[in-house]
Ligand binder design. Structure first.
Ligand SMILES: Nc1ncnc2c1ncn2[C@@H]1O[C@H](COP(=O)(O)OP(=O)(O)OP(=O)(O)O)[C@@H](O)[C@H]1O
Ligand SMILES: [Mg+2]
Length: 252
């Protein structure tokens, strides 16, 4: 059985896509077979892997919207060994409106991901909103990883997301587990360090021990269209995601 992980936070720019790419690459280094699913019409995951979203005839949109396409016909190999991708592009923005008219629209992604036994891990990258696409991502997953920027007020924004997660848990997906990943930590500022500790206090056992520090290497690697694990193989940034992958394998 493959393990389904959704990466979500309705706040933009917190490190969702960066986490999808680098956690995927780190799991693949540990010989896990990984499928990355781009669920953002902006196609950030697709672009971050060095691909042009406009070049794909078939994307996640075609999988979600009615056509009988099999996942295998849409998944493509990436340049990371052991990592496949279901790309996304602007077509997906139309899916929100189209899906909402369907019966059980919130379970559409879950049913198409039924067929992923070839993969050990499926990682779904959500857009920065709490709409139809993110709800589909949360219904499909066993674990939701919430990247949380270590900055003032970051936790405040979680209230809405937590409400949606609670609702999904009580109605359709009781086993959905929440995990918090602290990102963009600036070790030199007292403030960022305070937040790191506060998150631990509020979320306790739900927080990963691995902390992702703020470094320009992530922006540089996404320009290069590569995970930081390849772009800066031996960097602290790459090792932080390797540590995260070990935690994910151990605890989910
Ligand atoms: N730990 C980090 N340190 C510094 N920069 C980072 C870090 N993680 C991500 N970034 C950079 O911050 C920007 C936003 O990251 P990313 O695209 O992963 O966020 P996101 O949550 O997916 O954004 P969106 O909500 O727009 O989809 C990118 O330029 C990325 O390279
Ligand atoms: Mg993103």
């Amino acid at each position: 059985m493959s393990k389904l992980i959704t990466i979500a936070n309705n706040k933009g720019g917190v490190g969702k896509t960066t986490t999808a790419i680098n956690l995927g690459a780190a799991l693949a280094e540990l010989k896990k077979k990984v499928l990355l699913v781009d669920l953002d019409p902006q196609g950030g995951l697709t672009i971050g892997l060095g691909l042009n979203p406009d070049n794909f005839e078939k994307t996640i949109y075609d999988v979600l919207i009615g056509s009988q396409l099999n996942l295998k016909n849409v998944a493509i190999q990436t340049k990371i060994s052991g990592v496949d991708l279901i790309p996304a592009n602007q077509d997906l923005s139309g899916a929100e409106a189209e899906l909402i008219g369907e019966v059980a629209w919130e379970s559409t992604l879950r049913s198409v991901l039924n067929d992923t036994k070839d993969y050990d891990y499926v990682i779904i990258d959500c857009p920065p909103s709490l709409g139809v696409l993110t709800v589909n991502g949360l219904v499909a997953a066993q674990t939701v990883i919430i990247p949380l920027q270590c900055e003032y007020l970051a936790m405040r924004g979680l209230r809405q997301l937590n409400k949606v997660i609670e609702k999904i848990r009580s109605k359709v997906n009781p086993k959905l587990t929440t995990r918090i990943l602290r990102t963009m930590h600036q070790t030199r500022t007292i403030h960022s360090t305070d937040i790191v500790e506060e998150v631990e206090k509020v979320f306790g056992g739900k927080v990963y021990n691995s902390i992702i520090k703020r470094t320009i290497k992530f922006a540089d690697s996404s320009v290069a269209g590569e995970p930081v694990l390849i772009y800066a193989k031996n960097s602290e940034a790459a090792n932080a995601y390797r540590e995260l992958a070990k935690e994910v394998i151990k605890y989910g």
